[in-house]
Design a protein around this ligand. Sequence first.
Ligand code: ATP
Length: 271
Amino acid sequence: LRTYGKAQVGIPETTWDDVGDLEEVKETINKYVIATMQRRDILEKLGIEPIHGILLFGPPGVGKTLVAKATANMLKANFIELNGAELARVGPERAAAVVKDVFNMARDNAPAIIFIDEIDSVAPPRDSPIGGVWSGVISQLLTEMDGIRGLNNVIVIAATNRPWFVDPALLRPGRFDKVIYIPPPNRDARHEIIRIHVKNAEVEEEAINWVAEVTEGYSGADLAALVREAKMRALDRVLSGDTNIRITREDFEYALGKVRPSLSKEVLNQY
Ligand code: ATP
């Protein structure tokens, strides 16, 4: 990755194989993004508008960032990341300038994907109590989104846990008009995510089945943390003389005591 101003520019190493489950999401993105960036001719013949903005929404830690990075990797496109919450901290005036810079940066480094995480932090509905503060940033975003319409090599992916708190003008046709829900993982999805995170390590298959079953409410990020804890427990065991180098169900039981699920019913009912 090259550093460009404050933001890093480069092709991410994350691939679709690193993203557990979410088959539908992968297919939708593959279809629209590849058509927009690589098969504009087909879109034109069919009279389909190209996609320039995708809004990923869903609970925290379910893989929105991973999906954005894997998309960039698939396209061998530069990935330019902007965090809405961090951007909000510099204040609305500077934030609008940063947005402008980032879009310029994307044009200079095309093919490029701009990823704006937590976009709600800088683009809340303009008629909400804090909306007025951010109207300059929202206008800048709208201008920039309209400005890349003619390009086939810059796509913006935004993510939010609060899609209802994003200014509706951003969701109109030609802007973030592809809105994709990233759901919390069900049992099979959790199984896949755990598999990805244990990767080449030796694990008792029965242990993975069991953990996938008992981790309702765990996000992908929670599961990644759980696997890390289980591995550390196995390491401790082996360093103190245990000869079983596989990750066991007991290691996971210990990890479950340390890592709690972050997706409560209350959180999930919002979506
Ligand atoms: P936030 O809303 O908090 O920004 P997010 O939805 O963008 O979260 P990510 O940052 O993509 O979530 O996920 C955090 C970490 O959790 C990832 O780096 C990965 O280790 C793990 N993870 C989350 N979802 C998945 C998944 N579907 N497959 C594999 N790993 C996952």
